[in-house]
Write a protein that binds this ligand. Structure first.
Ligand SMILES: C[S@@+](CC[C@H](N)C(=O)[O-])C[C@H]1O[C@@H](n2cnc3c(N)ncnc32)[C@H](O)[C@@H]1O
Length: 241
């Protein structure tokens, strides 16, 4: 089984933006989310994006006037982010998001970990430690935004096959295997070439993180919960220090 970095670098990164359809539309949807949730720049304007991918959130935040530090382990993702954000104030950093504090200045206003990045951490201990570091790094009134998939309800039988996206040359299907604390995600990608169809499969683990567990962890650290919702299996938290 691949670790997360290998999975993205060797398998998923080159298809990632394609999975979402229009790049600009996805950035715009995120920009809309930040505006509606009043996550706009204040004094320091410093935001950090944990697991930025190709920059759907980093670019939206920079367009709104934030200066963004974007962390990701995948060079392919960060290269895509760079090529889409040349004139914006975004600093891509290739490192484990768990190390963000060693790169970050003081007085961070906003920390985001969106698009299901949180479930890529391999243990609850690491999530707890990340939350504590974020609390420590934020200035008073700073916000922490989490968006991740609810992987707690277990799909059974053929429901574990998820048709993710297809076009005439590429078929992307996912197969899930449930363990006590994790889900094994098998990404199967068929691509069409002159020699016919070729199948690439790669597998990695995601953490099954319960909403109530996150709520308790954030409250125990001293965060105030401004928003906590589960919308069709996507969990969103906005917490304030
Ligand atoms: C599902 S994507 C989300 C990307 C983006 N936030 C979005 O919403 O499209 C997860 C991203 O997190 C990165 N990632 C996963 N674990 C990481 C870690 N421990 N440190 C840094 N990046 C990580 C992956 O390389 C990938 O780009």
């Amino acid at each position: 089984m691949a670790n997360v970095a290998e999975h993205y670098e060797k398998h998923l990164a080159r298809y990632y933006s394609w999975l979402f359809g229009g790049f600009n539309d996805t950035v715009e949807a995120n920009r809309h989310f930040f505006i509606v949730k009043k996550l706009i720049p204040g004094k320091t304007r410093i935001a950090i994006d944990l697991g930025s991918g190709p920059g759907f959130q980093s670019i939206a935040l920079a367009q709104l006037g934030f200066s963004v530090l974007a962390f990701d382990l995948s060079q392919t993702m960060l290269d895509e982010l760079k090529s889409n954000s040349e004139r914006l104030q975004i600093t891509p950093i290739k490192d484990d998001l768990l190390n963000f504090a060693s790169h970050s200045p003081e007085s961070i206003e906003l920390c985001i970990c969106m698009g299901d990045t949180l479930t890529h951490l391999d243990s609850f201990e690491k999530v707890t430690s990340l939350f504590a570091d974020v609390y420590q790094a934020l200035g008073t009134g700073g916000k922490f935004v989490l968006v991740f998939r609810d992987l707690v309800p277990e799909l059974k039988g053929v429901d574990r096959f998820i048709p993710v996206k297809n076009d005439p040359d590429t078929l992307f299907t996912c197969f899930l295997e449930y363990e006590a604390e994790h889900v094994k995600v098998n990404d199967m990608i068929y691509t069409k070439s002159q020699d016919g169809w070729k199948l690439d499969v790669s597998c990695y683990r995601k953490l099954r993180i319960p909403l109530e567990w996150v709520r308790r962890e954030l409250l125990d650290l001293g965060f105030t919960i401004c928003l906590c919702e589960n919308n069709k299996g996507m969990i969103t938290f906005i917490a304030s220090k």
